[in-house]
Design a protein around this ligand. Structure first.
Ligand SMILES: [Zn+2]
Ligand SMILES: [Zn+2]
Length: 233
């Protein structure tokens, strides 16, 4: 599915992602918007880098170092090698269906434009926004070593991925939107897969684990408020 979404060869994707977690927003992060500094012009340049520029960097993440387990897995290796094939399939399905349904070249072309080009472009901008926008702005209710934030207005489009602060605070949690009202459709799909028996050993968050990661603990916060109110009185 990732290959059909034109997200890049599987092993490369994982290697980049693991390196991002290891060095998030520090030197070594393949796509931090803070790469050039903290001034406004530096951040603008950094946002562009984190969004799309980094993918054209000569220096690529060494896959042997960051994903040796995946390289050893022959099924994963095959999928990774077949990236161009799946990309081609993904781009050809819409014009094929559009052409058959309308029985015209016009229909095939129109379906190629909307179903292939626009779809992939839109999806990529959402994926890239996690690297750029979600590392620059957003709320940070959880402890993480970086500047990852929760960006609510990207939650629906990104299928829950934009609750990125929680993801960095607790990377193995299958649900990113752990707080009340945080939509996370990816977590729902993982749950369905778990019920179908396709996903197992899934790490769901629980209340203790979430509370332990909070930047401001709930109870003491109230005490502080009470104290300062007492002082003011
Ligand atoms: Zn991640
Ligand atoms: Zn991140």
């Amino acid at each position: 599915m990732g290959s059909l979404a034109v997200e890049g060869p599987l092993v490369r994707w994982v290697a980049d992602h693991r390196k991002h977690h290891k060095f998030s927003d520090a030197e070594g992060d393949p796509h931090s918007p803070w790469r050039y500094g903290e001034t406004v012009p530096a951040l603008m340049k950094g946002l562009w880098w984190a969004h799309v520029g980094w993918m054209f960097d000569q220096e690529q993440t060494p896959q042997q170092k960051y994903a040796p387990d995946l390289i050893k897995d022959s099924a994963v290796r095959t999928i990774s090698r077949q990236f161009v094939l799946w990309t081609t399939v993904s781009l050809l399905i819409p014009p094929f269906v559009g052409g058959l349904v309308t029985w015209s070249w016009q229909g095939a072309l129109s379906a190629f434009f909307w179903g292939s080009l626009v779809r992939v472009a839109l999806l990529h901008h959402v994926t890239w926004s996690i690297n750029s926008i979600c590392h620059a702005v957003g709320k940070r209710p959880f402890k993480s070593r970086d500047r990852s934030g929760n960006v609510w207005w990207l939650a629906v489009l990104s299928c829950g991925e934009s609750w990125h602060n929680l993801h960095h605070a607790d990377p193995t949690s299958a649900r990113h939107g752990v707080l009340k009202g945080q939509l996370d459709s990816s977590a729902r799909i993982i749950r369905w897969f778990e019920r179908a028996g396709w996903a197992y050993d899934v790490r769901w968050p629980n209340a203790d684990r979430i509370d332990a990661k909070r930047t401001v603990e709930k109870a003491p916060e109230k005490n502080v408020e009470k104290e300062s109110a007492a002082h003011a009185a």
